[in-house]
Design a protein around this ligand. Structure first.
Ligand code: GLV
Ligand code: GLV
Length: 325
């Protein structure tokens, strides 16, 4: 008997077709997020659940899972929506899709690093609203990024990929991470390691967030830490909204205590803090960091490989263990 795989959201057509060939697959044709009742029904019947970052797979839900549920193969890199500890204790394996969205997310991050100091969003609005009254030497001036310092918080795959791009744009690379990256990588990037996040924040022109959201990184960029940043500096976040205290950030932007922010992620998605949304100093995107056609197909292929490997009785390549978080 083929395993029953329940998928919570619409996936790329080629991925859904392939899944149908390989498994007994229950798809979500409407792409409406599943209700709590539908999720409960899914964990009671599925051998494999394929959720994504919009589904809360918490201990309450996992405690209702039937014994047949053995794998949660999330269609995402982040696993902050999944109680990996509880899954582990209940003998449910968790996998994610790391690596394949690294370059796309780094591109989107670089786009924000370029766009915010150069006031792209404001410029677009002026043309769209037809309020352009002509060129002037002192009008719409932003800040150059060439020669400036970029501070990367979380130097994993994505942080490193952002560093490579930023270096090519003439920025100097600084980073804070639990561990130092290997010496050859540090040399290639001419990167400076800061053991103290506080000290790094105080000296950067642009800060970009690339750590996962865990209990340890919730509001890592707290009001106190944001206040350490220079008033003429910028912050970019394509990781998870919860890593920044969004209220504190919006207060500081309004008070001119920070020059601007480029945010692709928010604390209460899809709700965007209305005060933040009104700020002229921000460029806000609706969580599009990894949104490429190619990337979504690569993610789907990773999900399929994880399920197949697991079903064949082997260790899936992208298993997530509680110790990794
Ligand atoms: C995107 O944010 C992901 O975690 O895959
Ligand atoms: C994600 O892929 C990371 O490790 O940064």
């Amino acid at each position: 008997k083929k395993p029953l795989v329940v998928v919570t959201r619409k996936l790329p057509d080629v991925i859904e077709t392939r899944m149908r060939e390989l498994f007994d697959t229950r798809l979500n044709e409407t792409d409406q997020p599943m209700t709590q009742a539908q999720l409960v029904d899914a964990v009671k019947s599925a051998d494999v659940l394929v959720p994504t970052l919009t589904d809360r797979i918490d201990s309450a839900l996992l405690s209702q899972a039937g014994d047949q549920l053995k794998l949660v193969a999330t269609f995402a890199n982040g696993v902050d929506n999944i109680d990996v500890d509880t899954a582990n204790t209940r003998g449910i394996t968790v996998t994610n899709t790391p690596g394949v969205l690294t370059e796309d997310t780094a591109d989107m991050t670089m786009a924000l690093i370029l766009a915010v100091p150069r006031r792209l969003a404001e410029g677009i609005k002026i043309v769209e609203e037809d309020t352009w009254s002509g060129w002037s030497p002192t009008w719409m001036l932003g800040h150059r990024i060439w020669g400036k310092r970029l501070g990367i918080v979380g130097m994993g795959r994505i942080g490193t990929a952002v560093a490579r791009r930023a270096k090519a744009f003439g920025m100097s690379i600084h980073y804070h991470n639990r561990r130092r990256v290997p010496a050859p990588v540090e040399e290639e990037l001419e990167a400076t390691y800061w053991e103290s996040l506080d000290q790094m924040l105080a000296r950067m022109d642009v800060v970009s967030i690339h750590c996962p959201h865990t209990p340890g990184t919730f509001h890592l960029l707290s009001a106190r830490r944001l206040k350490l940043m220079k008033p003429e500096s910028y912050i970019v976040n394509t990781a998870r909204g919860e890593v920044i205290d969004e209220n504190a950030l919006s207060r500081m932007l309004d008070a001119g205590e920070l020059a601007g922010a480029g945010l692709d992620v928010f604390e209460h998605e899809p709700a965007v803090n209305p005060r933040l949304a009104k700020s002229p100093r921000v460029l806000l995107l609706p969580h599009m960091g990894s949104a490429t056609i190619e990337g979504r197909i690569d993610m789907g292929e990773k999900v399929i490989i994880n399920i197949k490997t697991f079903m064949d009785g082997h260790r899936p390549p992208d298993r997530v263990l509680p110790s990794m978080l």
